[in-house]
Design a protein around this ligand. Structure first.
Ligand SMILES: Cc1cc2nc3c(=O)[nH]c(=O)nc-3n(C[C@H](O)[C@H](O)[C@H](O)COP(=O)(O)OP(=O)(O)OC[C@H]3O[C@@H](n4cnc5c(N)ncnc54)[C@H](O)[C@@H]3O)c2cc1C
Length: 380
């Protein structure tokens, strides 16, 4: 009888967890390890929620990837009998005259089969009177988008993975000699060595620490502050049944989510913050960021003016120079795959990426050049 290939996946965030599960389903013997557990608050997949949307600008692979991911999210909600996706819809507010991003998104949405409505400012005002739309020219509404439960989903994936026969360990992989010797296995804190036929490193913002020559500064972690404001008592205008996830894509890119599950109205700025260490960084928001967000909330959501700040979170984006993901083999070890560079938009794609990477690993195929390391000017 042919023995199964073994795969060691390091990192149980959105990328690694789904990859481990997909590998298992393709017949591999899979061990998944993580230093702090799936969706921990230090990881980029931690916290409450992440947006799922197909609007991504012109000529890119992510709208189609979203369409596949949406199918897989829904399929797994049924399989695991739990709600992971809150289908509030996603509303894009277009304020800038330069609207190539949104205009260019429409054919991609159509081609990918993602439902959308193109709405005039008048229609927007009629449907969402709680939003101040003075400067908004038009909008896109994606009724099938919304938000995903982030940490909960990472934990559900690992639970599903264990249920289907995967093995999980909480352990910290040491960077020692990984660059030159990954094909011989990985060493974990405490000294034991783990070996497999294939390796997948899905270490989010830590990928450059494990592979300082191959990745290094090609992934830069930036501090991203997230704010939750308390909604007015007895008023559901800002709750998920009345307000979609929204994205205000003008000079800055601000986005937010309606109040849900007893939590506040969430809002964050997509502008990249200062460099941040995911292991040792202190997770407190900046006073300037809070002021800017308060001014914005008072302008765009007048009913939330002077709302109390009830919670904050600090997460990090793991950015590549072009914001495209990294999916490639290690240049000196054909059996070691590097997966990461979510660049502030990776979470939603987890199930589709996992499926894609599992096929690449098990069938020995090459990834799309858009995701390969060679795009940065040649690998060493
Ligand atoms: C504030 C914020 C908002 C975002 N909004 C969205 C959004 O709306 N929609 C969207 O799609 N995406 C969004 N993203 C991006 C998305 O969350 C990330 O791109 C994605 O979660 C990255 O997942 P990952 O698995 O690559 O990394 P991670 O989740 O960081 O997982 C990496 C894992 O590797 C483990 N690890 C690292 N080093 C080691 C080691 N040496 N040994 C063992 N384990 C190790 C870590 O513990 C961690 O669990 C957002 C991100 C942030 C921070």
């Amino acid at each position: 009888m042919k023995t199964k290939s073994s795969v060691l996946v390091v990192g149980a965030g959105a990328f690694g967890g789904w990859t481990a599960l997909s590998l298992l389903r393709l017949g591999a013997r899979v061990t998944l390890i993580d230093a702090w557990g799936p969706g921990s608050l230090r990881s980029s997949s931690g916290g409450e929620s992440r947006i799922i949307r197909g609007t991504y600008g012109p000529s890119q692979p992510y709208t189609k990837m979203t369409a596949r991911a949406l199918q897989l999210w829904v399929e797994h909600e049924k399989r695991w009998q739990m709600q992971l996706l809150h289908r509030t819809g996603v509303l894009w507010l277009v304020t800038a005259e330069q609207d190539q991003f949104e205009r260019g998104s429409l054919p991609c949405l159509r081609e990918a089969g993602i439902a959308y409505q193109e709405l005039s400012a008048t229609e927007l005002r009629r449907r969402w009177p709680q939003i101040h739309l003075e400067d908004v020219r038009w909008g896109i509404y994606e009724p099938d988008g919304g938000f995903l439960r982030a940490q909960l989903a990472c934990q559900a994936v690992v639970k599903g993975f264990l249920g289907e026969g995967g093995e999980y360990q909480q352990a910290f992989v040491l960077a020692d000699e990984l660059e030159s010797g990954v094909r011989n296995g990985v060493t974990v804190l405490g000294g034991s060595k783990l070996r497999a036929d294939h390796y997948v490193f899905a270490c989010g913002p830590w990928l450059g620490k494990l592979f300082p020559q191959t990745i290094g500064n090609r992934i830069r972690s930036t501090k991203q502050d997230v704010f939750f404001f308390g909604t007015p008592a007895g008023n559901e205008s800002f709750a998920e049944q009345n307000l979609p996830v929204w994205a205000d894509h003008g000079d800055r890119f601000l986005y937010g989510m309606p109040a849900s599950d007893g939590r506040g109205f969430k809002i964050a700025d997509d502008t990249r913050g200062p460099i941040f260490d995911p292991t040792s960084g202190e997770r407190t928001v900046s006073a300037e960021g809070l002021k800017m967000i308060r001014d914005y909330v008072a302008f765009r959501f007048p009913g939330m003016k002077d709302a109390p700040l009830i919670e904050t979170r600090v997460c990090q984006y793991e950015n590549t120079p072009d914001n495209h993901f990294i999916i490639d083999r290690h240049p000196r070890a054909a059996n070691a795959w590097l997966l990461g560079g979510g660049s502030g938009h990776g979470f939603k794609h987890g199930p589709a990426l996992g499926e894609m990477l599992a096929e690449l690993v098990m069938e020995g195929k090459d990834p799309d050049p858009l995701f390969r390391l060679a795009r940065f000017g040649g690998t060493r």
